[in-house]
Design a protein around this ligand. Sequence first.
Ligand code: ATP
Ligand code: MG
Length: 392
Amino acid sequence: MEYNAFLIKYAEIGIKGKNRHLFEDALIKQIKFALDKVGEFVVRKEQGRIFVEAEGSFDYEETIEALGCVFGISAICPVVKAESCEWEQLVKLVCDYVEHAYGDKPFTFKVMARRANKNYPKTSVEIAADMGEQILLHFPNTKVDVHTPEVMLHVELRTQVYVYSVEIPGPGGMPVGTNGKAMLLLSGGIDSPVAGYMISKRGVYLDAVYFHAPPYTSERAKEKVVDLARLVSKYSGPIHLHIVNFTDIQLAIYEKCPHDELTIIMRRYMMRIAEHLAKENHCQALITGESIGQVASQTMQSLVATNAVCTMPAFRPLIGFDKQEIVDISEKIDTYETSILPYEDCCTIFVAKHPVTKPKVSAIEHSERKLCEVIDELMEKALDSIETMVVK
Ligand code: ATP
Ligand code: MG
């Protein structure tokens, strides 16, 4: 006995009223995309449910892992599917299923039967009662509990027969593609991949931008960011990653501006370039991994000064999170081990010993005027030399 299909449960899509089919279709598209590498499956919609049916052999663990990365799925139920069958065959199918899923473990259960095929000689109430009796007979360690069963055994008679009882939690959220596109400022740290994951989880396509500063940052630091983008793309789908050479802008800031303001001014130029790229690539918002007070450049005043250069909304999904909470998510989504690899990032090289923690926008603007002779040309050069790759 093998599982040969999966019933996909979805949560929030269910409340979308008239637009529901758009969300279901987006979910089906993402499921097909996720399973493309795993094997051959048919994904279809039937009466408010999505079924994934295997067309040939497949790896069970790999399939569950792939489905576990599809936003919009609240639970995955492995199903045994068979051709419509006589009562004796149905009993055998269900008993084989119970044997396969639970062996001789003791458990309480309830049978939930559904009969979409109204020609079947028993009603759904009769199927549930008679099947319950058969299970008790075959598995003496089991007991019926109709109020709080440990196992809810579903038997559904449609054009075919479906048996399932196990629910594996999915990632939740909304299918990617249902909520526009945003530009993620992706560094090699712990926070920004988590921020990208969280916004993508709400159905948003991601583009990403990374600022590197060769030779102060290495090729390996850049590869680490590509690796992080690839890990996030397991959930978000393919990411267009734009790599900006930021060295000359950083050097100019270092040369001309007060050193205690370096980080803030640098962050403001990152945001300006990111917004420019976002507009060029049809993104409606920016995403960063900032959290109030985490470092000097993320105090309330620093965030205000950084944000002041953007007209687009900048989403900061981690804004109220403690570091440990962010680490917990990065471990869950498997970016943590890559994030902590010890490759320098461009911010750490040009940091001041005592950065301002309460910058005033007017003072920062005043300092930035010192760049006025060179900055337009440097910005143009940076934008002209962007390297873009598709990461998946
Ligand atoms: P992270 O862990 O995401 O690197 P951080 O705690 O190191 O964050 P900062 O270095 O202050 O914080 O950066 C704040 C945010 O700015 C990052 O979360 C990221 O969105 C963006 N950012 C910082 N450096 C870069 C970079 N080199 N390229 C792209 N985005 C960056
Ligand atoms: Mg960082």
